[in-house]
Design a binder for this molecule. Structure first.
Ligand code: MN
Length: 596
């Protein structure tokens, strides 16, 4: 078997091309042993991958598996299985999601650098920089070296890597999903700890990236580890519902007839809720037994306007339940989810939930950012992807403003928090965290608007800047420029108030306010320090001219000559670069040489 065949094709030619034999080829000669029969350990992976990407070349997957298997040989999972079962399962999850070959290769190798003697450099030589970047992005910082900060630093590193290539996050999510599936063998305490962390950061991240197929399973497995009895109770309820299937079949058939009559081409299927979602509704509604309504999905084969035609057909058949209609096509959710939601009084007067969406919306809703890898040729969801990446870019923005990884993680958690509201400002919908204030809104509309905001009008009434906004509020923000236009044009900007930090909700606003104060007050550097550092700066500049100062007298004279009230003020100006040290030194030398 020619191990290099298809190499460039699969990796997009990412591998360094240089004369002579690749180290990989040497390494593989000693490893390649299995015959291509049913015992092929990657057969299932290759099959799953080629079901979605029929043209994919499996050779590189085999090579990656061989290296990973060899490197992990002798290592075992807590369950006692050989370690290689884990990366293989992670690659399988990625394959079923529809990811490309490069992602699968990186998934197979994702733990080699962290846990074996295989180095990132060797990996880059063997599989190219793209795979190396993906593996590096999911490689943890060493706890022994970084101590407590390791976890936060690791997430921060992963987010930065994802900014360059979002596939890093998809591998990480698949990795966590498999680890969560196999948590059973761990102690109760570590199961709970890992499940909580998954729920805090990875599940919301998955939601934000719109990958519902992964999120559903993560949700359920988190519930299993955090509330095992509740999980069992809901699972028993779902397994044992007499007449449920027949009822849904009847609903689907009626809906199909209604759609045909309205000449809407659509697929109609039962759409069961996942366990976690049933559990959440049960708890939220304080229901004594699991609360779960029959639900169907209508996926129309046409433009978005067909969704409204389908809605008309459904409402014409069954009476809608008041207050349950939601138009996420006109106002998509913050993860860009689009669909129409309604509830109707179905057959036997039972409430039925109905989701209506186009094929493209359905793909985006199920696969989110992974959709463009699963459906590469349709070009679907590429604008959605850009918007999702916008979010990631904004997160990276705060990352640059946050020196402390723990604070970054906290902001990320905050931003990922599930509760969101939509308000209307500047004639458009703006998504904000629940509990947000006009100041949060002002910063969402732009840094300048935030820094200069003075007052707000909510639904036509003036309101304090600390007011909590509600879903659907129409908000106007007044800024300094509006209030003072025409006069005081030269006045220095007033800037944000410190007390805002006490009530703003969004990390965006928090970061911007902190940034403003950092820019305007240089925290940590006192005037005394500035004087000292200004003097030291002049000392250094003088030394480059082989000069020095025997006393402060020449400096004092110069500060008078330049019009400063005292020497200290000039030194602060030097530190603040209001005057260049070289200029001070030039004048100083001039002054001394002329007076002597
Ligand atoms: Mn792993």
């Amino acid at each position: 078997m020619d191990v290099d065949a298809g190499h460039g094709a699969a990796l997009g030619g990412a591998l360094p091309t240089r004369p002579g034999e690749l180290p990989l080829t040497r390494r593989l000669r000693s490893l390649l042993t299995w015959p291509t029969t049913d015992s092929d350990p990657v057969a299932q992976l290759v099959r799953a991958h080629r079901t979605i990407h029929s043209g994919a070349d499996p050779a590189v997957l085999r090579r990656a598996y061989t290296i990973a298997e060899n490197m992990h040989r002798g290592q075992f999972r807590k369950s006692g299985e050989p370690y290689i079962t884990h990366p293989l399962a992670v690659a399988q999850i990625c394959a079923e999601l529809g990811m490309d070959t490069t992602t699968l290769v990186a998934a197979l190798l994702h733990d080699t650098v962290e846990d074996t003697r295989y180095t990132l450099q060797a990996l880059a030589e063997d599989f190219g920089p793209e795979v190396a970047h993906l593996v590096d992005g999911v490689t943890k910082f060493d706890k022994a070296f970084y101590g407590k900060a390791a976890e936060a630093e690791t997430i921060r590193k992963m987010i930065i890597a994802a900014g360059k290539d979002v596939r890093v996050l998809i591998i990480k999510l698949a990795d966590r999903l498999h680890n969560m599936r196999t948590l059973g063998v761990r102690s109760a305490a570590s199961r709970e700890r890992i499940a909580r962390k998954t729920q805090e950061v990875l599940v919301p991240l998955c939601d934000r990236l719109g990958i519902q197929t992964l999120k559903r399973e993560l949700d359920d497995v988190v519930l299993l580890h955090l509330e095992p009895e509740e999980h069992d109770r809901i699972a028993r309820h779902v397994r044992d519902r007499p007449g449920w299937e027949a009822y849904l079949d009847a609903v689907v058939a009626r809906a199909k007839t209604a759609l045909r009559r309205s000449r809407v081409d659509a697929e109609v299927t039962p759409r069961p809720r996942h366990l976690y979602s049933i559990w959440k509704d049960t708890v939220a509604g304080d229901h004594p037994s699991p609360f779960d309504l029959p639900r169907i999905a209508i996926v129309v084969d046409g433009p978005p306007t067909d969704c409204y035609a389908a809605l008309g057909a459904v409402h014409g058949t069954w009476r809608p339940v008041p207050g349950r209609f939601k138009d996420f096509i006109a106002s998509p959710k913050n993860n860009l989810y689009r669909s129409l939601h309604t509830s109707v009084r179905g057959p036997e007067d039972r409430t039925v939930e109905v989701l209506i969406r186009t094929t493209e919306m359905h793909r985006a809703a199920e696969y989110g950012i992974a959709a463009e890898f699963r459906f590469p040729r349709t070009g679907s969801g590429s604008s959605a992807r850009n918007e999702q990446l916008d979010w990631l870019r904004r997160v990276l923005d705060w990352e640059q403003d946050t020196a402390d990884p723990a604070q970054f993680l906290e902001s990320l958690r905050c931003d990922l928090a599930e509760a969101q509201i939509q308000v209307v400002a500047d004639g458009r919908q703006v998504v904000l965290p629940a509990g947000a204030t006009p100041v949060d809104l002002a910063y969402e509309l732009g840094t300048e608007r935030g820094d200069r905001c003075l007052a707000a009008r909510i639904n036509g009434r003036l309101a304090p800047l600390s007011s909590e906004l509600d879903e659907g509020d129409v908000v106007e923000i007044f800024t300094e420029t509006d209030a003072t236009s025409g006069f005081e044009a030269d006045a220095a900007p007033r800037g944000p108030r410190r007390e805002w930090l006490g009530f703003v909700k969004s990390p965006q606003a928090q970061m911007q306010i902190n940034r403003w104060f950092a820019d305007h007050t240089e925290p940590g550097i006192s005037i005394i320090d500035k004087v000292r550092l200004g003097r030291a700066t002049i000392g250094l500049a003088l030394r480059t001219h082989h000069r020095g100062l025997a006393s402060d007298l020449p400096l004092l004279r110069l500060s008078e000559e330049l019009g400063y009230p005292d020497l200290e003020t000039m030194l602060v100006a030097v530190f603040d670069r209001v005057i260049e040290p070289d200029e001070v030194v030039r004048q100083l030398i001039d002054l001394v040489d002329h007076r002597q």
